[in-house]
Design a protein around this ligand. Structure first.
Ligand code: FE2
Length: 335
């Protein structure tokens, strides 16, 4: 039994087992959130809307390579995903967080933690100012979406909002970070009780926010390696180079050199922009500067060889070398 458990853990860690997402159970009964959110809204929201995001996500990734991606990876690279994956991965993550931070008022026992309280004082002076800022973001969100309190890669608390089921982990979001509090402002979250009065819903929802849970989320976000990943992903020149490298190198692996033949100049241009870019401070070190120079030289060589119409085998070998160097750059970023 212990052996089987170990095998499953190793397989999961190596992404060998396909992901299937499940609807998380609520901590309390649907009626326990009354009077601030009515039981029928909670039931439909959880058992119909959230369940639909889960079902649609499972359906969208079934039989594809995305079955082996984590939920965070699906969202981190949302700009590369289909609309269905983007909307439903966000829908599942956002609602799971929402249920976690909602606790019926008479069941809230854990207080605001000191570290979190100090961070609120530093950024917003007072908890009431923070609530007002989140309500402002939620009210200003046109149509459906979410208002967020996030921890940024600089470890600051920031209030932001996103449309539809996007969230600040996604590379499509302007402000990025780890959400620790999210308010659902889709009409399905409030319309039965509050109709068109989003402001009344926003006034009431604070009675259900469990600041003890949000405090725990703040502390764990500060130590989450995802913050460094988001910071690296916010290095636009690295991302742009990666895009062209993957669109030229991967076809070359299967013998299709056409994308590289057509885009070697673009690859070189991106490598120059990357070499001259401002390296985000956590990744800035002599090793990475050296690797970026090497990468630029290799891309320059590839372009020259391509212009001279060198043989496919030579070009294939050179792009594989440049790809290795790029992985050195990415590896250094994880140090
Ligand atoms: Fe919702």
């Amino acid at each position: 039994m212990k052996y089987l458990f170990s095998v499953i853990c190793v397989a999961l860690s190596l992404n060998l087992i396909a992901q299937t997402y499940n609807l998380p159970a609520l901590k309390y009964g649907y009626a326990d959130y009354e009077p601030f959110v009515d039981a029928q809204t909670m039931e439909i929201h959880h058992s119909k809307h959230h369940q639909a995001y889960v079902n649609n996500l499972n359906k969208a990734i079934s039989g594809t390579s995305l079955e082996k991606s984590s939920l965070i990876d699906l969202m981190m690279f949302a700009s590369f995903r289909s609309e269905v994956v983007r909307n439903n991965s966000g829908g599942h993550y956002n609602h799971s967080l929402f249920w976690e931070i909602l606790t019926p008022k008479n069941k809230q026992t854990t207080p605001l933690k000191v570290e979190f309280e100090n961070a609120i004082k530093k950024e917003f002076q007072h908890l009431d100012s923070l609530k007002a800022k989140i309500n402002q973001a939620a009210s200003a969100r046109f149509g459906s979406g979410w208002a967020w309190l996030i921890v940024t890669p600089q470890k600051k608390l920031v209030v932001t909002s996103t449309a539809n089921q996007d969230n600040p982990i996604m590379d499509v979001s302007k402000e990025r970070g780890i959400p620790i509090l999210g308010i659902d402002v889709w009409e399905h979250a409030y319309y039965l009780k509050y109709q068109n009065k989003r402001g009344d819903y926003l006034g009431a929802i604070w009675n259900l926010i469990d600041w003890g849970v949000v405090s725990e989320k703040y502390i764990s976000a500060l130590n989450d390696p995802l913050l460094a990943q988001i910071e690296k992903d916010n290095w636009p020149e690295l991302k742009e180079f990666h895009r062209v490298m993957s669109q030229t190198f991967h076809p070359s692996e299967t013998g299709n050199l056409s994308p590289l033949r057509n885009r070697s100049g673009e690859l070189l241009a991106k490598s120059i922009l990357l070499k001259n870019s401002v390296i985000p401070s956590p990744f800035s070190n002599p090793k990475i500067t050296e690797a970026l120079s090497k990468l630029e030289k290799e891309c320059s060589k590839i372009h020259k060889l391509n212009v001279k119409k060198t043989k496919d085998e030579v070009l294939k070998k050179k792009i594989a070398e440049a790809h290795d160097t790029f992985h050195v750059v990415q590896g250094l970023c994880h140090d």
